[in-house]
Design a protein around this ligand. Sequence first.
Ligand SMILES: [Zn+2]
Length: 328
Amino acid sequence: MTLRECAAGSDPLSALWRDYLDGRMTQAVLFIGESGVGKRTFARLLAQALLCDSEKDAEKKPCGSCRGCRRFLARTHPDALFPAPLPKEKTIKIDALREMIDSLNRHSLEGGRRVVLIENAERMTPQAQNCLLKTLEDGAEDTYFILTCDAESALLPTIRSRCRIVRVQPWEAGRIEQALVKRGIPADRAKALSVFCEGSLGRALQMQDDASYWQARDTVKRSFLAVRGMGTLPAAAQALKDQKDNGDRLLDILEQEIRALLHAKSLGGDDRSDDFPPAWQEAPAASLCRILEAVLTARRQKYANVGWAALSEGLMQTISEETKTWQV
Ligand SMILES: [Zn+2]
């Protein structure tokens, strides 16, 4: 995906994209928005575009295949820095920032652009934030700082005031659906994507291009959603065979599907996925909530190393018992 595609439909992102094209990028940009609205996708693409060596015009960047892009994606680009929490830690500590500053100093004579990408910047400790602030104030030439943040209030006001703030808002499902149809995506897919992209057109487009996503959706439809009474269990179990490595994704999709169905029910509208057999569409909310609980239990079991066959069968048993109570 290019920056242009990712910015589509969002005024603040489009404005930033135009400034990038005109060479008017501010040195520090802070993306603020709820989790899942697409700010991280855009921030990563922007960082990659700044380091893309392709001869193509800026409008087509990042190209994804030049040396700069490949090294950025592999996280081996010497001029791309990603201060982040250490493994098993939740906060970004001052050491990570000091390491970044050392690295910036080391490369300062090499020329060329450098990009510092700090995702979940609110995770920086106050000491780390102060350290970053100092660097922002010094403003090294040709160095870009790109930050993303879910919780604005956790960032020092002095950091916020040093950055161009780009607020990324989630889109309504209907607007995303229209935008997708306009791009030639078939209506049924556009509808499904609009429900599951969590308000991010960029994510919807990514999902559209990801064949493995559609295969996983189909597997969920043929397994968990096809369960209706004991007789249907063997076929459903068969669909889940050899899906162990895909288990997290299948559970994610099932959870998203059920949440979207519950949401649609609460609104009384028809913003729902067509993946569900008719009986599910009429299922009582309390029963769907119990299934949702079972999905969460299955996920916990997966983390606790319970085998995929055992946990998926357990989940299908629960679904089977719930479907029995539906008066449809
Ligand atoms: Zn490139």
